[in-house]
Design a protein around this ligand. Structure first.
Ligand code: GDD
Ligand code: MN
Length: 371
């Protein structure tokens, strides 16, 4: 039946395209060199901004983690920007500052919570040190390796690099291994894309930017709620490479409440895909580069591909339930049975997050989120 043929074709497109892209990137792009001139001696001043809202569990561990970076401490300035936390985050930062005076830490406190990006923009406006070349944003609940900052910064010694992020893995919790398989799948794609030119998806666990590029953009745009992928994409549109490196890894604890978190992250990403390119063009920042190819593919994978899956499922259901088609019924049942298989289930959940994230954008941008 024609409806079955269409449904099968849509399902094939949905699954085959990302898989083909994965293998292509892994075989063709990932093994390449960076095509950059990197100098390990490059050690500019770095401002590291940590946005916090109710982070009393992690903030001291986070400051300790930054304190232990293998980078000249007199070139690091840490800024904590808190938005009216209702727990002891601010007190804990103050206590830590009073006992560790050899690292420059500034605490900024907002008295109302307007969201992470407004807080980060406030922190950016307070950077008076004109010699800061690199700005790093990092979530309070993310932990770097001792060499992370050193490794990230050295890529900026090549003037064509505008943004750098790292691989991420999860720690703790029972579901860690499947989450990590999944993360590794994406780490491979992101690093491969980075070797080709750049990747539109960065990780807020550690994102480093050339400060003058953020200034040219006019701060972090507030058409979406993330501080990582949107800026990285804009910087690529400006003709600088936004790369994910794989010679250091950052760890993030797997927290509860992953469902809402993932829908929100997906939503922020969707908004970035829907608006960033137009935004860059409107601001006169856009230049054509090989990044456009990657952008178009990722745009399709995030904005269109999930809906192809949804359409396919709907057609199979119509075919099975309304026309009593055996094919429709078998495929539907197989699709349900496959959910027992974790990688498949994880993929389907990812599609669901993207679909729900898109729908949610119809009424909110989620600039402030539950914690
Ligand atoms: N100052 C401030 N104000 N900080 C905030 C606020 C706020 O209103 N809301 C959240 N934060 C801080 C958190 O304390 C944390 O350090 C960081 O922003 C990220 O927030 P999480 O609640 O931990 O969310 P996540 O782990 O899902 O964050 C990821 O998703 C975002 C996009 O949805 C991160 O990787 C972000 O960097 C990313 O942009
Ligand atoms: Mn987090």
């Amino acid at each position: 039946m024609i409806i079955d043929i269409i449904a099968v074709s849509l399902a094939l497109i949905h699954f085959a395209f990302p898989l083909a892209y994965y293998f292509y990137v892994k075989e063709k792009w990932l093994p390449r060199g960076w095509g950059l001139k990197i100098s390990g001696a490059f050690e500019p001043r770095v401002t590291i901004i940590i946005p916090t809202y109710n982070e009393e569990t992690y903030i001291v561990k986070k400051l300790e983690n930054l304190y232990r970076q293998e980078y000249p401490r007199d070139k690091i300035h840490v800024v904590v920007v808190d938005s009216a936390s209702t727990d002891r985050t601010v007190e804990k930062v103050k206590e830590w500052m009073s006992t560790n005076r050899d690292m420059k830490v500034t605490l900024l406190v907002e008295h109302t919570r307007r969201g992470m990006n407004p807080a980060l923009n406030y922190a950016l406006s307070q950077i008076s040190d004109t010699s800061t070349e690199i700005v790093v944003f990092t979530d309070a609940d993310s932990f770097w390796q001792p060499d992370s900052l050193k490794k990230v910064v050295k890529y900026f010694s090549d003037p064509s690099v505008g943004a750098v992020t790292t691989n991420v893995t999860y720690m703790g919790g029972g579901k860690v291994s499947v989450e990590n398989d999944y993360r590794n799948f994406f780490n491979i794609i992101r690093v491969g894309e980075s070797k080709y030119y750049g990747t539109p998806i960065h990780n807020g666990t550690l994102v480093a930017y050339r400060f003058d590029l953020i200034k040219k953009i006019g701060g972090i745009p507030e058409f979406t709620g993330n501080n990582d992928s949107t800026l990285a994409s804009l910087i690529s549109f400006m003709g600088f490479r936004s790369i994910q490196i794989d010679d250091t890894t950052v760890v993030e604890p797997l927290r509860d409440g992953q469902f809402y978190r993932k829908v929100r992250r997906a939503q922020h990403l969707i908004l970035s895909f829907l608006i960033a390119k137009r935004f860059a063009k409107k601001k006169g920042l856009y230049v054509p580069t090989p990044f456009d190819l990657i952008w178009n593919i990722e745009w399709w994978l995030h904005v269109i591909n999930p809906w192809i899956f949804v359409s396919s499922v709907i057609l199979f259901l119509i075919s099975a339930l309304m026309y009593g088609s055996a094919v429709g019924l078998i495929v539907t049942l197989c699709g349900i049975a496959l959910l027992l298989f974790r990688p498949y289930r994880t993929w389907i959940m990812h599609q669901l997050y993207l679909v729900l994230g898109t729908l949610k954008s119809l009424w909110t941008k989620s600039i402030v989120w539950d914690k």
